[in-house]
Every structure is written in structure tokens, then in C-alpha cells.
Ligand binder design. Structure first.
Ligand code: SF4
Length: 373
């Protein structure tokens, strides 16, 4: 970060965060995205430049407003400061101070003046049955509003599971024909940030990438940014050593549950759900605040076809049977009373990280020398 020309006093004033917090945040986002420190500098420059704030049109369909609520409740740095100052939020049905014709006129004016430049964020499902009459805003259907706003957007983000594929509204029997933005906007690229609620860090990282590079990050076949949804929860779960060792909680509150064993037999969908919950957790408080961390099985909220579709009691389709090589073999020493199962799992994860780093280093060296296994 040394030597870059950023007016931090102005940034501190505008974003309501300290210089240290601001730089830490940009570096953290760049690291999460798998980018170098140069990218962190580029992001810091982009955020610091008020002229680079993209106008944002934010639509709400069928939903509980959970994604916006999650975003507003983020702390350290306060993401609502960052999001409201990082972008120019021209229209947001929940946060707009104005109402009625006034805000609708502002939206139309902004879309006209910023043709091809604005970022469209869609939150909530879009009902398509009976020409979309089951969700109307200002007399127009969400279906029509989505097509209208998407026509001249620079980029489109579906934020939350409902916008990504329909979410809970689209669960059988789906009486309103609820579906997601990618299914409605078939001829457009829609980046999806699923989750119920989605992790706000995944949204802010994607927006920061857009602000910095003028394009959206690489995505998978479901439109999810690879940097955030590239791995199964099961791959990074701290209970994974218990899964590999065959130690499971079988009922809520039983001995295995109390000892922090694997939740697979309670219906955990971590083995078939892609998300970075184990790494980021929720609410910025640390200490294992995410569903599996507090003893609840993952229900696959970010995986279309799993979350809201597959019953909680169904066992997950295990996609990775072989333990990752970063996990050491677990030999519990409970019998001798020197190490609890939970401590074994934690120790396993910590030692595994070191072993994993060494193994990856060795693999890279082998590849370099043309000796790939
Ligand atoms: S099944 Fe669930 S609790 Fe068990 S290791 Fe996998 S993700 Fe974690």
C-alpha cells in the first residue's frame, strides 16, 4: 500500500471508517477474491474515487428483504456506509426516503441518464404465472419491471436465493410460478449471489470487483462468483474430520451433538452445497457463528434444487468421498482423557492447514518440474 496517492482523510469522512479499517477491508476483499495486494491497491483507489461510483437500480420482488437486512447489519467496517458511499444508490424500494410517483420518476430518470452504465440488483423472486400479476410495484408487474431495468443495465446481480432461482417461493407447488432473474433474463448474463440470507461480504466483494475492473468476476454454471462459491461447504467444514472418522450426531442434543460431531445424519446438506460460509461465517463476530457452527445442519440455502426442495431429513448426496489431503488422520485420545473429540477436530483443522500448505507447495513444485502425479 506504500506510495499510493489516496486522500484518506476524505475517504474516512465519506465512508465513516478509519483509514486502517478501510485498507484492511480492501486487502481482505482482494485476498478473498484470490487477488494480489496490487488488486487491494486498485480497489482502495476505486473506492476512494467518488467519480467511480456506479449508479445502482435495486428491485425487490417476492421475498422477506433478508438480503438487504443482512447487508445493513454488517459491522467493522459498517458495510451500509461502504455500500451507500461505494455506489450511488438511485433506487431501492426499502431504503428510499421518498415514496410513490416521486421515487418512480427518479428511477426512470436515472435509467435514462445512465443508459448502459448502471448496475441492476434484483432481490426476490419473480412470479411469471398469469403474466406476473402476483407481484406488482407501482401498478407494474415485477416481470415487466425486471425486463425494463435489465434492457440497459451494464451488469445484473441477483442477490439472494429468491432472485437466483426462486428460493422458498418456488418450492413445490409454486402457485405463482416464482422463478429467478437468470431464468427470466435468458439472453443476459446474471451474476447470482445465493444464500438465505446471502453473506453480504460476497455481495460487496462482487461489487468492489465491478467498481475496480468495470466487469463482473468469473462465474460458475449457476452464475455464482467462483471466488465465493468455488468449494463445497463440506470441504472446509471444521466438523469434516469427524465425518471422515465416522463420528456423527444422530439426534439433536445427544452426546455426539454436544461433542460437536458431524451433522450429516441430521440431514446436513454441506456435502452438496457450494458456499464459503465456513471461511467467512456470519455477523462479523467470529467464534463459529454460522449454521453448522452453532449446531444446526446446513439446509443448502445457496444450492438450487437442494435448499427449499430437499427435505431436512434426507441425507445429502456426498460429492467428495475422499478426505482432502489437507486433513490429517484423526486419532482421538479421548480414552486417555488428554484430548476431546472437539479439540481433535480443531487441532486437525489447524495442523491440516499447515500440511495442506506444504502439500500444495510440493504439488506446485512437481508441476513446475514436469513431474505431475
Ligand atoms: S456433513 Fe455437514 S457437518 Fe458434517 S462435515 Fe460435512 S458439512 Fe460439516
Amino acid at each position: 500500500m506504500v506510495g499510493i496517492e489516496i486522500d484518506y482523510s476524505e475517504v474516512e469522512k465519506r465512508l465513516g471508517v478509519s483509514r486502517r479499517t478501510f485498507l484492511k477491508f480492501c486487502t481482505g476483499v482482494a485476498a478473498s477474491l484470490g487477488l494480489s495486494t496490487h488488486a487491494a491497491v486498485a480497489m482502495a483507489n476505486a473506492v476512494a474515487d467518488p467519480k467511480r461510483r456506479p449508479p445502482v437500480i435495486w428491485l425487490h420482488g417476492q421475498e422477506c428483504t433478508g438480503p438487504t437486512e443482512a447487508l445493513l447489519r454488517s459491522e467493522q467496517p459498517s458495510l451500509e456506509h461502504l455500500i451507500l458511499d461505494l455506489i450511488s444508490l438511485d433506487y431501492h424500494q426499502t431504503l428510499d426516503a421518498g415514496a410513490g410517483h416521486q421515487v418512480e420518476d427518479i428511477k426512470k430518470k436515472s435509467m435514462l441518464e445512465n443508459k448502459g452504465k448502471y448496475l441492476l440488483v434484483i432481490e426476490g423472486a419473480i412470479p411469471v404465472k398469469d403474466n406476473g400479476i402476483y407481484c406488482k410495484i407501482a401498478g407494474e408487474t415485477m416481470l415487466d419491471l425486471t425486463h425494463e431495468a435489465a434492457a440497459n443495465a451494464a451488469a445484473i446481480v441477483a442477490y439472494g436465493s429468491c432472485a437466483s432461482w426462486g428460493g422458498v417461493q418456488s418450492a413445490s407447488p409454486n402457485p405463482t410460478g416464482a422463478t429467478g432473474a437468470p431464468q427470466v433474463l435468458k439472453d443476459k448474463t446474471v451474476v447470482t449471489i445465493p444464500g438465505c440470507p446471502p453473506n453480504p461480504a460476497n455481495f460487496i466483494g462482487t461489487v468492489l470487483y465491478f467498481v475496480t475492473y468495470g466487469k463482473l468476476p468469473p462465474i460458475d454454471d449457476k452464475g455464482r462468483p467462483r471466488w465465493a462459491y468455488g468449494r463445497l461447504i463440506h470441504e472446509n467444514c471444521y466438523r469434516r474430520p469427524h465425518f471422515d472418522a465416522g463420528r456423527f450426531a444422530k439426534e439433536f442434543g445427544d452426546e455426539g451433538h454436544q461433542k460437536g460431531y458431524c451433522l450429516y445424519k441430521l440431514g446436513c446438506k454441506g456435502p452438496e452445497t457450494y458456499n464459503n460460509c465456513p471461511s467467512l461465517e456470519y455477523n462479523n463476530v467470529g467464534g463459529g457463528v454460522w449454521p453448522i457452527g452453532v449446531g444446526h445442519p446446513c439446509f443448502g440455502c445457496s444450492e438450487g434444487g437442494v435448499g427449499f426442495e430437499k427435505p431436512m431429513f434426507s441425507l445429502a448426496d456426498v460429492k467428495t468421498h475422499t478426505p482432502p489431503n489437507m486433513f490429517p488422520a484423526i486419532e482421538t485420545r479421548e480414552a486417555s482423557g488428554t484430548l476431546t473429540a472437539g479439540a481433535a477436530a480443531l487441532a486437525g483443522a489447524a495442523v491440516g492447514a499447515a500440511i495442506g500448505a506444504t502439500a500444495m507447495g510440493a504439488k506446485k513444485l512437481d508441476e513446475k518440474e514436469g513431474k505431475q502425479e
